[in-house]
Unconditional design. Structure first.
Length: 240
């Protein structure tokens, strides 16, 4: 009683209150302190939510009291008063937490922008692929020709970007040119702009203006026996 009536200032070290102000899960000072209504134990908001998401028991991590059989998040209560007390007691904690939150939000915003840009690029590629497929494979008014487009396997280092097509059998207009096919390959194989390919028939490189009709009539030697077969490879193969 004498102590309560005196005007003495009592100095207490903050560390003496650590057990009362720190989270049982992360061992740091409470950030957005959240109390379980059933047992009144308090944790950081993010800590207890993450714990309950990862746990199948729906129990308090400190005393093992069942919080709620099906939805324990309903019995979590934010404690703004306790948060205000901690921010007043711990120097610079509020500023530090605000900086961390701002940094996190900034990183999330940049991530969202990057994901949106990647989605746009993917949508553009799908659209371009659809346009090329429609343009080159759906000429219903033109006479059609079926052919096989094979990749030539070789050991040249520069050919590492050249891969077999997922679908090598194609049916399209006889007016399709080798130039069109090269554009088709560039898109389907996602080739760099500087990467050039050669398209061959019977081992002979075809000119970019050759149509499939011209190649079939003048270059393909197995007309009555086999499906027209063209091959493609990295152009640098000729330079080695």
């Amino acid at each position: 009683m004498d102590l309560l009536q005196s005007n003495k200032t009592i100095t207490v070290k903050l560390c003496e209150f650590n057990d009362l102000l720190t989270c049982y899960l992360c061992k740091g000072y409470w950030i957005r302190p959240t109390t379980i209504a059933e047992c009144l134990h308090t944790f950081c908001r993010s800590c207890i939510v993450q714990y309950l998401d990862d746990s199948d028991e729906n129990e308090c991590p400190k005393c093992c009291t069942v919080i709620h059989e099906t939805n324990p998040l309903e019995l979590l209560r934010a404690d703004q008063t306790l948060e205000d007390i901690i921010f007043k007691l711990v120097p610079h904690l509020q500023e530090s937490e605000q900086q961390r939150e701002n940094s996190f939000n900034h990183a999330q915003k940049r991530k969202k922008i990057k994901e949106d840009e990647e989605d746009k690029q993917s949508a553009y590629k799908r659209q371009r692929g659809s346009q090329i497929t429609d343009q080159y494979n759906d000429h219903r008014d033109d006479p059609q020709i079926a052919f096989c487009l094979d990749c030539i396997n070789n050991d040249d280092v520069s050919s590492k970007f050249i891969q077999p097509l997922a679908k090598k059998f194609i049916k399209t207009s006889i007016r399709l040119t080798i130039g069109h096919l090269k554009k088709y390959l560039r898109l389907k194989l996602n080739l760099p702009n500087k990467k050039e390919v050669d398209i061959l028939c019977n081992g002979e490189i075809m000119g970019k203006d050759h149509t499939l009709e011209f190649i079939y009539m003048t270059r393909w030697r197995l007309k009555s026996e086999h499906l027209l077969t063209l091959q493609y490879r990295s152009q640098e193969v000729l330079l080695t």
